[in-house]
Design a protein around this ligand. Structure first.
Ligand code: FES
Length: 315
């Protein structure tokens, strides 16, 4: 269900990261959310954009306002630029909070790993773990100190549970991080695709099973050089659609009246997973394992494309 929100406050965290505080337009109580939850904002012709809710220790509960952070991406598809263009008092509509990246209730220690603006859901997770007195460590990596948002506030809130890593000075060493890790540790990682894939591989190599690895991709899918158009046939109806570069299978099929189920549209939730009956997918998600990708029988139709001229999908 959509709700109307008013932009209450805007604060610059870094040159590119802006913190936006929102309140309900009708003045009613906000629905509850759990650590790791996000809102999907309706940006009109640009579609929806997801931003994680940020909770800090000491925040009022139930929350009277919601807080998100948006990193400006000049090379993106315009969503972050539109979000940065808002002023206090502007209105925006968003879904109620949903959470594909929750902490669960396991008893083991939590290892939180965030890359860049992927820190936002992880702040809420650290806040929830600290409030519940559950054991955790937070590792936060950025390209440089100047590009890292929230470092001071994180240090104040979480003290020696926080370790910061900088690509240009003291980069994160995944092998060292996972060396000797307790076997009941749950890993929560949020950041760009390469970081998630590397962390997942290092965690597996250290003996953590996939069931203890939780991740959320924090990047809008970008077109890649050499992307070209391909056809998708909907097996149940025989309809054929052309997917041009820069548009997803979901966007084109939905516009053509095909009923689809999906959520993140970033390739990390697995909800749009579809069986491939013919053709070879070009996988761009972080959901499928390497062997599932090589098998080519399944694909995430929000981000993945085709290596062949045509795909026939079990839709
Ligand atoms: S909608 Fe989440 S993986 Fe496609």
């Amino acid at each position: 269900m959509k709700q109307q929100l008013v932009i209450d406050r805007i604060e610059d965290e870094t040159d590119r990261i802006r913190v936006i505080t929102l309140r309900p337009q009708d003045g009613k109580e906000l629905p509850p959310h759990t650590a790791g939850a996000h809102l999907d904002f309706d940006l009109g012709p640009l579609g929806t954009r997801s931003y994680s809710l940020i909770d800090w220790p000491g925040d009022a509960r139930p929350a009277a306002t919601w807080r998100i952070a948006v990193q400006r991406e000049e090379d993106g598809q315009g969503g972050s630029m539109q979000m940065h263009g808002f002023q206090p008092g502007d209105r925006i509509s968003a879904t109620a909070p949903s959470n594909d990246f929750g902490l669960g209730d396991h008893a083991g220690p939590a290892l939180l790993l965030a890359g860049g603006i992927g820190i936002t859901p992880v702040i809420s997770m650290a806040t929830a773990l600290a409030a519940a007195d559950r054991p955790f460590a937070l590792h936060y990596t950025a390209r440089s100190r100047g590009l890292m948002g929230f470092a001071d506030a994180l240090g104040t809130a979480f003290g020696d549970k926080l370790t910061c890593h900088f690509d240009d000075a003291a980069p994160l060493d995944l092998a060292a991080l996972f060396g000797g890790i307790a076997p009941d540790t749950h890993l929560y990682v949020c950041g760009p695709k390469g970081m998630i894939e590397a962390a997942r591989a290092a965690a597996n190599a250290a003996g953590l099973p996939d069931a203890q690895i939780h991740f959320e991709l924090f990047a809008t899918p970008q077109p890649q050089e050499g992307d070209s158009a391909f056809e998708v046939e909907v097996a149940s109806t025989g309809q054929v659609f052309t997917i041009p570069p820069g548009r997803s299978i979901i966007e084109v099929l939905e516009e053509g009246g095909v009923d689809l189920i999906y959520d993140c549209q970033r390739g990390d939730c697995g909800i749009c997973q579809t069986e491939v009956l013919e053709g070879t997918p070009d996988h761009r998600d972080v959901v499928l394992s390497d062997s599932e990708k090589a098998e080519g029988k399944l694909m995430q139709i929000c981000v993945s494309r085709a290596k062949t001229a045509k795909l026939v999908l079990d839709l």
